[in-house]
Ligand binder design. Structure first.
Ligand SMILES: Nc1ncnc2c1ncn2[C@@H]1O[C@H](COP(=O)(O)OP(=O)(O)OP(=O)(O)O)[C@@H](O)[C@H]1O
Ligand SMILES: [Mg+2]
Length: 226
């Protein structure tokens, strides 16, 4: 049922990684469809590397003409639909946002990412206005340092959290080998080989904390809408 899109007009902000990590985590307990709506197909390529987790299916979008049908059909089939968008503003992204119950805006703690995150939140708001409803959105900080943050990183996080009407997810997608390794090995975090990749347990704990928070946001929004 819930549809979650991952959008940020800045390339490399962590959209595909966040979408994949959250999709795998949700697929531990529910059926999930992950729609790869990036023409470069990073997630379809991931799914070709090795078998995805049993309850996760990846489909490639046919583009802006078909995305709305693809989302509707997927939402009728499974409890969670996630949509990974390409790193630029597009009609396709607007259509996907308009069909979403939550737009997650991944952003690194860097000036350009934060600016693009604010632009993207504006695009979500406009898509909501056109659709005559409020589309919930939340920023997810990505590739953050597990230990001590730099002053710039801290400042950017504080700035985003201080903006009125902007929700920043408390948990952050920390910079970890395990998250990057997913795209070269295929499968989910639990399928990674601990002899080859460090810190898998910590990555799983991180993924699970983020997913729980995402579910809590969806529940709150559902409650508010009811
Ligand atoms: N938490 C993380 N830990 C380690 N590496 C990460 C993490 N998040 C992202 N990366 C790496 O950063 C790069 C960009 O991430 P990703 O592909 O998820 O960004 P994107 O927003 O989807 O990019 P694009 O706009 O090109 O689609 C990738 O090489 C990815 O492996
Ligand atoms: Mg991507």
């Amino acid at each position: 049922m819930p549809v979650i899109s991952f959008a940020n007009s800045k390339g490399g902000s962590g959209k595909s990684t966040s979408a994949l990590v959250i999709a795998c985590e949700l697929a531990e307990a529910a059926d999930v469809i992950l729609i790869d709506a990036d023409p470069r197909r990073p997630l379809a390529a991931w799914a070709d590397l090795s078998d995805p987790p049993a309850r996760l299916r990846v489909i490639s979008s046919g583009g802006e003409r078909t995305i709305q049908d693809e989302i509707d059909q997927a939402a009728a089939e499974v409890p969670f639909v996630l949509v990974d968008l390409e790193g630029m503003a597009s009609q396709l992204a607007t259509f996907a946002m308009s069909a979403s119950d939550l737009v997650i805006v991944p952003a690194q703690e860097q000036h350009q990412d934060a600016q693009a995150a604010i632009d993207t939140l504006g695009a979500v708001k406009r898509a909501g206005r056109a659709a005559r409803r409020e589309i919930p959105a939340a920023v997810l900080l990505t590739r953050t340092r597990a230990a001590v943050k730099s002053r710039t990183a801290r400042h950017i996080g504080e700035q985003l959290r201080g903006l009125e009407g902007v929700h920043v997810i408390d948990s952050e997608l920390v910079e970890r080998d395990a998250f990057a390794a997913l795209f070269s090995s295929g499968g989910g975090l639990r399928q990674l080989d601990p002899r080859e990749v460090n810190g898998i347990d910590k990555a799983i704990a991180n993924a699970s904390a983020i997913s729980e928070e995402v579910i809590a946001i969806l529940r709150r929004k559902q409650g508010a809408a009811a």
